[in-house]
Each structure stands twice: as structure tokens, then as C-alpha cells.
Design a protein around this ligand. Structure first.
Ligand SMILES: [Fe+2]
Length: 382
């Protein structure tokens, strides 16, 4: 057994009402919070009010930055850092889906390390960012507990993956009540993103016994709860299952990385604006089909975690069952399963495949794909 490292986040509160800890947790780190959130939904659903009330009760001042778009841009992050400096903010509360959380990480990084976002495209920030209390309102990205942020350079149409231990939020408040208001397509997209994290971490070349435990538990929970949450938005048990599932997925891929699906979905987001979870969902079955022969035992485990009985099947068929099971799941979510629905044309595949082939996540895939193979995978879901 080779030596390995598992980076765990500092503190996780899980359960209904966890959002009410925002104030006391923020007060451990500072007196003035920048609250980073999206452009509307957290105000509409009342989650922003819950955070602000908790901060007030704990005596922490709040500056609200409710300007984060989906796929947050470098400009949004730099404007947020400027606002934080002007108001002397010494702690950040990040509230919302993956986009506000990723934007908050970028802001936190700039506040302590200085410079521009693009300075960190290929090098990790040296210093820990300003402390972040992360409060997710979707069940998918795992951003509240990972060391990654994905920020978009709109000039170059590139999604940059920036990483460093200093980007991990100090506290994650996982409150399933905040996820109840997610519309079905967001539940489906973010849930499929989390499933992709878990599956890619489990088949990753750098998976370890510690990431395996989290990955399999994530696959089990998501397999059991995703469709229930999509079709029964008020189903609290399913919402809890999904939130816990995506957390385990975050712990897994935060250490074992993601692989080819993510390498291929990033250019779809950068060039066509396809939401991250939706892009992963479309690609996941076809990429699993490409990968399953390279790690059949792992895919058999995935099939079992998804509740399939594969005891009487050959190893090959058991592995293939995992692919079919995810295909079925995708269909039941009601998400799109064709790139053409988003305006992608055959003539776009060359550029997409070039971008995906140089993406670092390819290195962790059980099969090392070349550009032609990646192009064929895009073509299969066109
Ligand atoms: Fe993802």
C-alpha cells in the first residue's frame, strides 16, 4: 500500500436549521462579513434573511454582495474582493449553489494573496484565504468542502480550475431545509453532478481506501434519493439523503479528483453555457461505457452501490450494468441527453475535443484518452 494523504475540511454542521450557526461560526473568525450570494434566489427563498439574522444576533456586521452569476467570472470575483476591502471584511459567508461558493473562494484568495485571479491559473495561492463559512443551497457541487474553485475568464472563454488547501472553507453548514426550494431541473442537474463526482473519484487513478468509503456511500445515497427528490421536492428525507450524498462525494473527489467527464464538460460550459450538472449528466453514461472495461471490478462495485443485483453476472456484464443503471437514472431525471439541444454542432467537436484533451482531469481517468477518442465520445451524444 502506497502512502496517501486525505485532506479533510475543518468543521461540518449537518441538519435542519444548521444555517442558524452562520453568526456564531463567523464570529470565531471576524467582526465584519462579506455575504456572497447569487442574484435573486437566496433573497426570494428567505435563506439570505436567515443568514443575516444569525450574523446580527452574533454581533457580526454584514455587507451583502448579491451579484454572482452562474459560472462566476473573473470580473465578478475581482469586484467582490474590492467591495470586501472597502468595507474591511475579515470573514466571508458564501450562500447559494456552486457559483456563489466558488466566487467566494476566489474573493477569499485575492484578499490574502493579492494580484489578479488569472495569476493563480497554474499555481496554487500560497496563503490561506480569508475564512469562509459555506452554506450550500443546492445538493451537488461539494464546493463547501473542497479545495477547488472553477472561475470563468470570459475574454478567453475558458473555465479555470484553481486549487489549493487554502481555498477550503473553514466551516460548512449543510442544512437540507435550504435545498427544499430547488426546482426539479436544478435538483436533477446538481444531483447528477454529485453522482459524477462520486463515480469519477471511485474510478480515479489516485483513489485511496479513504476516498473509496466516501465515494461508495455517495453513490448509494444519490442512487436511492435523486429521483425521489426530483419528483418530490418537499421530501425531506430525500433532500437530506442528497445533501449528505453530495457531501460524501465532495470528500471523495476533493482528494481523488474527477476525471474525463469533467474534462469534457468544462468546455461545454465555457463555450456553450451548458449548466455544469446538465453537461456532466449527458456525458456520464457514454464516458462510463468508454471506461468500464479498464476497471471492471470498480464498475461492478458502482452497480451494487446503485442497488443493482449483479451476483449472477459475469464481471463484464456486472460492470456494464453500472452504465445501464446510470443511463436509466439520467432518463428518469428528465434532463436533456443530447448536445444538439444546446446548439452544439458537428463542426464544434474539434474545438471541444482539443480543449478537453489538455484538461488536467484526463490524467486521473482509468483510460488515457486521445483527442480522437474524446471527439468520438462527444459525437456519441450529439
Ligand atoms: Fe462537478
Amino acid at each position: 500500500m502506497k502512502e496517501y494523504m486525505f485532506q479533510s475540511p475543518a468543521r461540518i454542521h449537518f441538519g435542519r436549521g444548521a444555517v442558524s450557526k452562520s453568526g456564531t461560526e463567523a464570529a470565531r473568525f471576524g467582526k465584519s462579513a462579506l455575504v456572497v450570494t447569487g442574484k435573486g434566489s437566496s433573497a426570494r427563498t428567505g435563506s439570505l434573511d436567515a443568514v443575516l439574522a444569525s450574523l446580527k444576533a452574533a454581533g457580526v456586521a454584514a455587507t451583502v454582495y448579491a451579484q454572482v452569476e452562474s459560472d462566476p467570472s473573473v470580473n465578478t470575483v475581482e469586484a467582490g474582493a474590492k467591495l470586501a476591502r472597502e468595507n474591511g471584511c475579515d470573514v466571508i459567508v458564501a450562500l447559494g449553489g456552486g457559483s456563489p461558493l466558488d466566487a467566494a473562494k476566489g474573493i477569499a484568495m485575492l484578499l490574502t494573496n493579492g494580484g489578479k485571479v488569472t495569476d493563480y491559473e497554474f499555481k496554487s495561492p500560497e496563503k490561506d484565504g480569508t475564512p469562509i463559512i459555506a452554506v450550500p443551497t443546492t445538493a451537488g457541487t461539494g464546493s463547501e468542502i473542497t479545495r477547488f474553485t472553477v472561475l470563468t475568464d470570459t475574454d478567453r472563454k475558458v473555465k479555470m480550475l484553481i486549487q489549493g488547501a487554502g481555498l477550503i472553507p473553514k466551516v460548512a453548514l449543510l442544512d437540507p431545509e435550504l435545498t427544499l426550494s430547488m426546482p426539479a431541473h436544478v435538483t436533477a442537474g446538481t444531483g447528477m453532478d454529485a453522482l459524477t463526482h462520486a463515480i469519477e473519484a471511485y474510478i480515479s487513478k489516485i483513489a485511496t481506501p479513504m476516498t473509496d468509503v466516501h465515494a461508495l456511500e455517495a453513490i448509494r445515497l444519490i442512487g436511492e434519493n435523486l429521483i425521489k427528490a426530483v419528483h418530490g421536492p418537499e421530501n425531506m428525507q430525500a433532500r437530506e439523503g442528497m445533501l449528505r450524498g453530495q457531501m460524501h462525494a465532495g470528500l471523495a473527489f476533493g482528494n481523488a479528483s474527477v476525471a474525463l467527464v469533467h474534462a469534457m464538460s468544462r468546455p461545454l460550459g465555457a463555450l456553450f453555457g451548458i449548466p455544469h450538472g446538465q453537461a456532466n449528466a449527458m456525458l456520464l453514461p457514454v464516458v462510463m461505457d468508454y471506461n468500464h472495461s479498464a476497471a471492471p471490478e470498480r464498475f461492478r462495485d458502482i452497480a451494487r452501490a446503485l442497488g443493482e443485483n449483479v451476483d449472477d453476472l459475469s464481471l463484464r456484464d456486472a460492470a456494464r450494468t453500472a452504465v445501464l443503471s446510470v443511463e436509466e437514472l439520467l432518463e428518469e431525471t428528465g434532463l436533456e441527453n443530447r448536445l444538439s439541444a444546446f446548439g452544439v454542432k458537428e463542426s464544434d467537436i474539434d474545438r471541444l475535443a482539443s480543449d478537453a484533451a489538455v484538461n488536467g482531469s484526463c490524467n486521473f481517468n482509468p483510460r488515457k484518452p486521445d483527442k480522437e477518442e474524446i471527439a468520438a465520445l462527444y459525437a456519441a451524444v450529439l
